[in-house]
Structure formats: C-alpha cells, structure tokens
Write a new protein. Structure first.
Length: 192
C-alpha cells in the first residue's frame, strides 16, 4: 500500500451526499432519464460507448490511498483507521462532461483480483469489473447532490450548475467488496 494519503477524503465532494436506500417505489419518484441511468444493470461505460463510440475518455482527478467518508466505511464495514484506494474520475466525450465517479476499493479487493484495480490509469473501471463473470450488486443507494456539496474542482471540471442525481453501488468481486459512486451530468440525461 502506498505511504501517502490525502487529508480530505475527496477532491470532488466537500461533504458526504445524503443517500437514500433503494427501496420499492423509489424508482418512480425519480425523473425518467435519471431512472434509466440509475437502474442500468450493465456497464455505464459500455452504455456511453454505445452512444459516443471511442470518444468516451476518462480523466483521473484523484487516485490515492486515504480514509473514505464515514457512511462509505459503514456501508462496507471497513475499519475506521485504515486507508483504502479512492479513485475519482470524470468520464467525458468530445469534451462534454458526462459522469463523475468516485470509487472506494479496499486493499483486500485489490489483492483478490491480482492488483488489476490499482493500476487502471485512464481505463474505465467498468471495463474491468464487468469482465468478471461473478460480479454481483450487493446494494444501491440514490442521492440528489446540490451544487454547494461539490468542491470548486468538481464545479469547474464538470461545469456543475444544478443538483445532480447519483447512485452508489456496492459490488462484490471474488467475494470482496468495492463501492462505486456515479453522478449523472446533464448531457447524458438529455436523451435516453
């Protein structure tokens, strides 16, 4: 595990979003375009590629070992004083921001998949995790994140001017967990 850490758990978020557990009926309270992306069962990266082709790019904003937010640690049952790999990226096509993503990967998960998740570089996470035949979704939460929750870095990188819907999903790979937060920017909600 690398020796450096970040004092704040995020370059994107000033504080944790308020998440709602995905319960029956929640889906129908979301706008239709948001429903379509939130409840996508396949890879969001593949869905973006189906729409934009090879123009879909990943810009890595942060990839460091640090302590995740409290609700992230609790959701995954992570020890409080341990560092985990935190990766924050912007997916975009033709310079248009599409998705902000934040991933928490415990060291045990990285080891279980032979370190593939620690060295993604500009490759989308979805390309790797959706290649595992036994990938499972353990839980999902939904949030509407107001502009004041985002850092100046997020506001400028993604040109955030309104509240954004997002989902966070706990995935199981090789009997180990990881947490993926995805926030949908207006450009992908314009047409479903």
């Amino acid at each position: 595990m690398p020796r450096f850490s970040l004092t704040l758990p995020s370059l994107l978020l000033k504080r944790e979003p308020l998440w709602q557990e995905n319960r029956p009926g929640l889906r129908h309270k979301l706008p239709l375009a948001v429903q379509s992306w939130t409840y996508e069962s396949g890879s969001l990266t593949q869905r973006l590629r189906d729409r934009y082709g090879n123009a879909v790019q990943v810009k890595v904003l942060l990839q460091r070992w640090c302590t995740p937010f409290l609700s992230e640690r609790r959701l995954m049952g992570l020890p409080e004083q341990r560092y985990h790999l935190v990766r924050e990226v912007l997916l975009h096509a033709h310079g248009t921001p599409l998705i902000l993503a934040r991933t928490i990967i415990p060291e045990s998960t990285i080891k279980a998949v032979n370190n593939k998740l620690a060295h993604l570089g500009n490759r989308p996470l979805g390309e790797i995790i959706f290649s595992y035949p036994k990938l499972e979704r353990i839980s999902m939460d939904v949030s509407l994140v107001k502009p004041q929750t985002w850092t100046d870095k997020a506001l400028s990188e993604a040109n955030i001017q309104q509240a954004l819907w997002g989902r966070r999903t706990v995935y199981g790979i090789a009997h180990h967990q990881m947490l993926v937060n995805e926030f949908f920017l207006p450009a992908i909600l314009e047409r479903v």
